[in-house]
Design a protein around this ligand. Structure first.
Ligand SMILES: Cc1cc2nc3c(=O)[nH]c(=O)nc-3n(C[C@H](O)[C@H](O)[C@H](O)COP(=O)(O)OP(=O)(O)OC[C@H]3O[C@@H](n4cnc5c(N)ncnc54)[C@H](O)[C@@H]3O)c2cc1C
Length: 653
């Protein structure tokens, strides 16, 4: 009997353990729905850009022998996506400079990397920073981002490398040799030098410095100096040189020899390429540098061609796609998702806004205005609305402004009665066909439209038409990380003060028009998800009567559609997350502000108090399955021991 029982018990015990392990496994893998670092990165291992993460940042960048140019970006940011090819080009063009400077990029969107981006006080994307060699911590230098041109970035980079004024002999001597005696020139080179070149150029020319960097790998044998036409050295040459920039060999006996840089007949080659070609030809011919090879150059040419081909392929792909194909693949959602709205809110409050180190003055007013509008018009669930009210009251209690860090601390507080799910990346209808598409900006647009409709439907006694457009505008101005998008939006909404105050729907129409304008601008752009093309909204599939034959919108039908589409009744609540405890639970209810001060609209009650305790326990189990497993195993072992002990006693009696 005993052995039968123990066997049965053992079988059940093992089954139970296996079941628990499976549950834990499923739970862990479903948590893995979160995009991995690799999947959201805008760069791949095939690029010459080093992918930096929280795992490798410190060990790679700090105390490095080389300087680092780092792009801090967010993969959701449209401008970062368009900019990625420019940055790839920068990395290819500077591949030969890797002994002096490396090119890296870090995605600030992932939670894991966010602390590094915060350390570097990154407030807008993309931001380029230069970190000097041997830097111990975040003494990074801002390097301004000029246009979309890789050449401009390279010039900025050279200027900044030059400004570092590193005296090390292995570092290129960027400063022109203007104040030295020509007879002394060899004393400025290492004793191992086998070839000395002098580039004579105008002051603002970059050729000399580019060439120094291109050949920096051979610094022990090849010394390259530059002199500009205002210095002493120039006077020695000016009779012989009529065309600048010029390339000279300085022999050990101080005689000079001009190298013909026009050997290559390609008219389109810039002076950097012409000089490169001439120097390489000379070295190959004279065999004056040991182990000299063109491997880096070959790699550069190969990578450039690959980049061009990928670009061409993408363009022809977009051009060839017939409109019908596009519509076929486009999944059209007729509903809104509360998950999307809450996820965008969570990312905004916990990541976007806290990026601003000191929220003061105009930015602080913008924050108060934005939170007030959310509280008044966001058609959220009860605990989410309480969360927003608590947050506003805390911010309001800091009249001199608030640090981003403090704001994040406040925004992180979740309690069973006042919470915003701490999910910042998982979207429902705003999910793109690739992790970099859609997501946060999609959720933001939906939130803005929902607010305008909610304002009209809540029928406040005194309605200020520009209340929402002005709150949205100042939020975008101060807090939207995609700087380029924010600048565009500021221009596109410059006329918002002229909104018709006599028409209660004018804010809805205004935002709809602006959004369609942005859709038109971005249609066919590389930020466009091929499965969700940026068409004029609402498309025919969503509202067949909104657009007439001549592609103009019928305003009455369109307005009715928008009022319905963005109404709170059209929000899908099925997949919303309930409360999960975070590290710093505090009972915030004791400090609950009076809600009467806000003109509240009706909100959805999706949970009854009756089940709150059970849900709370379940949420803890879901949150900590591993501890739950260990706890269960211990309980089972104790019960089993007790039972066996009892049995043994009974048998011995
Ligand atoms: C304020 C702002 C400015 C931006 N500026 C830029 C920029 O300059 N450059 C850039 O690359 N990216 C910009 N973006 C991002 C870009 O607009 C998209 O949000 C992003 O590319 C994701 O596109 P999406 O396909 O998810 O559709 P989104 O344009 O994000 O739209 C989300 C959803 O809104 C609905 N919708 C679409 N159009 C309308 C409309 N007219 N009225 C009402 N509802 C509509 C649809 O259901 C759609 O799925 C900006 C985003 C915001 C919030």
């Amino acid at each position: 009997m005993k052995s039968i029982f123990i066997n049965v018990f053992n079988v059940d015990f093992h089954r139970y353990i296996s079941l628990l392990i499976i549950i834990v496994f499923i739970r862990q893998t479903s948590a893995g729905v979160l995009p991995s670092q690799d999947s959201v990165s805008l760069y791949t291992a095939n690029d010459k850009v080093v992918i930096l993460t929280n795992q490798n940042f410190s060990s790679t960048v700090y105390q490095s022998k080389t300087a680092w140019l780092i792009e801090f970006y967010a993969s959701w940011c449209g401008h970062c996506q368009s900019y990625a090819n420019t940055y790839r080009e920068v990395a290819i063009d500077t591949w030969g400079w890797k002994r002096i400077v490396r090119i890296g990029a870090i995605n600030c969107y992932t939670e894991e990397n966010s602390a590094i981006c915060d350390q570097h006080t990154i407030t807008a994307f993309p931001t380029l920073r230069l970190i000097a060699p041997e830097t111990t911590f975040n003494t990074s230098k801002a390097i301004s981002l000029t246009a979309n041109d890789a050449k401009d970035v390279e010039r900025e980079l050279i200027k900044e490398l030059d400004a570092l004024q590193i005296a090390d002999k292995t570092w290129p001597r960027f400063r022109p040799l203007n104040q030295i005696a020509f007879s002394d020139i060899y004393s400025h080179a290492p004793t191992s030098v086998k070839l000395m070149l002098l580039i004579v150029e105008k002051q603002d020319d970059y050729t000399g410095r580019q060439i120094m960097l291109d050949f920096s790998k051979y610094h022990e044998q090849l010394t390259i100096f530059r002199t500009t036409i205002d210095g002493k050295l120039w006077h020695r040459f000016q009779l012989n040189i009529t065309e600048l920039p010029a390339l000279l060999i300085v022999h050990p006996n101080r005689t000079t020899e001009r190298i013909n840089t026009k050997q290559n007949n390609n008219e389109n080659m810039g002076s950097r390429n012409l000089f490169n070609y001439a120097i390489r030809s000379y070295i190959h011919e004279k065999k004056c540098i040991d182990d000299f090879n063109d491997r880096d150059l070959e790699e550069i040419i190969h990578s450039k061609n690959a980049l061009k081909n990928a670009d061409k392929l993408k363009k022809s792909d977009t051009d060839e796609k017939k409109p019908d194909d596009v519509v076929e693949t486009n999944t059209i959602s007729e509903k809104l998702s509360m998950v999307d709205l809450e996820t965008a809110l969570s990312y905004m409050l916990r990541r976007e806004i806290p990026r601003i180190k000191e929220i003061q003055g105009e930015a602080y007013d913008a924050l108060l205005h934005w939170l007030t509008v959310l509280i008044k018009y966001f058609p959220g669930r009860e605990p989410v609305m309480t969360y927003l009210k608590n947050l506003l009251s805390k911010v309001d209690n800091q009249p001199n402004g608030i640090t981003g860090k403090k704001f994040r601390e406040f925004a992180d507080i979740n309690t069973p009665e006042s919470y915003l799910p701490n999910n910042q990346v998982r979207y429902q209808y705003c999910t793109g066909s690739l992790p970099r598409y859609r997501g946060y900006p999609c959720g933001l647009w939906l939130l803005f439209h929902t607010l305008t409709v909610s304002q009209v439907q809540s029928e406040p006694k005194r309605m200020r038409i520009i209340e929402i457009p002005s709150a949205v505008k100042s939020f975008i101005k101060h807090f939207f990380g995609c700087r380029h998008c924010s600048d565009n939006f500021m221009k596109e909404t410059s006329d918002f003060h002229q909104l018709d105050s006599g028409d209660k729907n004018s804010a809805i129409i205004y935002l709809w028009k602006i959004h369609n304008h942005v859709n038109k601008r971005l249609h066919g752009d590389e930020t466009e998800d091929p499965k969700h093309p940026k068409v004029q909204f609402p498309s025919e599939n969503l509202c067949s009567k909104c657009q007439s034959d001549d592609n103009n919108f019928d305003m009455t039908t369109t307005l009715n559609f928008l009022l319905k589409f963005y109404s709170k009744n059209n929000i899908d609540l099925t997949s919303v997350e309930d409360f999960t405890p975070s590290g710093n639970i505090q009972d915030e209810l004791t400090r609950k502000p009076s809600i009467d001060q806000y003109e509240m609209i009706e909100i959805n009650h999706d949970s009854t108090k009756k089940f709150r305790n059970i849900r709370y326990i379940i949420s803890i189990i879901q949150r900590f399955p591993f501890y739950f497993l260990i706890f269960s195993v211990i309980i089972i072992i104790i019960i089993r021991k007790r039972y066996c002990k009892g049995k043994r006693k009974r048998y011995t009696l």
